[in-house]
Design a protein around this ligand. Sequence first.
Ligand code: SIN
Length: 337
Amino acid sequence: MTKPRLALIGTGGTIAGAASAASVSTDYKPASLSLAAVVDTVPELRQRYNIDVSQPMQLASYDVRPDHWLDLHAAVMQAVHNPHVVGIVITHGTDTLEETATFLHLSVDSDKPIVVVGAMRPATAYSADGPANLLDACSVAACPTARGRGTLVVMNGRIHSGLWVGKRHVSSVEAFDSPLAGAVGEVADQAVQWFRAAGRAPTVAWQTPSTWKTPAAWPRVDIAVAYAGVDETAMRAFVAAGAQGIVHAGLGNANTPTAYRAFIQSLPAQGVLVARCARFITGSVTRASVYADAQHGILTAGPLPPHKVRIIMLLGLAHGMDGAAIQDWIDRILLTA
Ligand code: SIN
């Protein structure tokens, strides 16, 4: 029987990390081994699949910037356009894994399974979780029923939507979950079990399909975190630095100190897009009348956390969307949860 062909794209991270001893699991250097070397630690991979390995970058994911996403997007699209490739697996550091997965989920127009995978323990550790995670990720990427689900994340036997997943623990192998939305499936011993039907979010090109435009330069979009006693200082600094968008990571239901509210409401009229999100907690932020979001052109994104809303704003602004178009896109994305 012909083996399915998978494209494996390496970017670095702990899954390719090395420590000084097998007993060490937190003091190590990420991105030390090539993806080809990581693949060689799981001999079953080449027995089960034809594998194309590429490595467009090799870094810890805390060093990933939006420009790296463009290189990754190009590598993914090459695999998407290869008719022999049935699925794509990206190895990635876990610190910003959810941001890269969100970017791909909202920018790659393809039904082919795209799976982002990492590890919480370096490849050299007794407790290395990378080999099992990589095998699981390949099982999902090769699974015909994974098609049409957008970008997925596989960690510790769970399959998550790239849009909803987040890292919740600094070192445990059970570090990822999808608050409110829940995992979309599980994988064990190559058996994939789904918990719900496929739902792919509209990408940034939803209004004009297949018109992904590689941004010549990213707009600046910052996140201003609220806390007791916060004032306008950080937001003013972001505006002075040229921010075209600011995510307000607010208190509770995206609240803001009363004295700060008028300043935030004044920003859209000055050409700075603002989104109201909740800092560090889950729950759907409502377009509460006290903020008059619609009247002031302020965006809200239900349960999406600030760093994911920032990616939506980056993509939307880079594609020439105004605030109303980005809000419309967000509302359509939320329908696919
Ligand atoms: C990184 O994000 O590259 C370091 C942490 C990790 O991969 O777990």
